[in-house]
Design a protein around this ligand. Structure first.
Ligand code: HEC
Length: 128
């Protein structure tokens, strides 16, 4: 067996062991599930919460209340293109101000909504 193949298999085994334990970036969008913690830490926290918290709910949006985001149709689970929260971010309309959400994080948001907005990491052995 070639050395490269062996190394490849080793890398695969190691990466699959770490699959559900890993916290924080960088994420491989092709293979990893994205759940609320990721979205909260990478997007809502740094980019939205300052204006969309319970006290300062600009436009009536409290970004930390996911149920409310769904109830008020800001996000349609499974359908990012019909989720105004997503299209505003994708088009650069939110956040207000000069700092925009980087493309990689916008892609994470799309994937999260598309996957039905999982709130917790998948259990061991489950596919996200
Ligand atoms: C600097 C303050 C500020 C930040 C940061 C900010 N917003 Fe907003 N947002 C506003 C204000 C003000 C409004 C209401 C007025 C408006 O629609 O322009 C608003 C409105 C909204 C609305 C409702 C739009 C509508 O049609 O009424 C959504 C959804 C939203 N923001 C999502 C986000 C998301 C997601 C982020 C982070 C990626 C974000 N905002 C970051 C200030 C902010």
């Amino acid at each position: 067996m070639g050395r490269n193949l062996l190394m490849g298999m080793l890398a695969f085994v190691l990466s699959s062991c770490n699959y559900h334990e890993r916290i924080g970036p960088p994420l491989d969008l092709g293979t990893e599930g994205i759940w609320y913690k990721t979205i909260s830490e990478e997007i809502f926290g740094p980019h939205c919460v300052q204006c969309h918290n319970a006290e300062k709910a600009k436009g009536g949006v409290v970004i930390t209340n996911v149920q409310e985001l769904i109830d008020n149709s800001w996000i349609v689970p499974g359908d990012p293109d019909n989720s105004q929260l997503y299209t505003l971010v994708k088009d650069g309309d939110m956040p207000l101000g000069p700092t925009k959400v980087p493309a990689e994080q916008v892609e994470m948001l799309r994937k999260w909504i598309e996957n039905g907005m999982p709130m917790t990491a998948p259990a061991k052995g489950q596919t996200p």
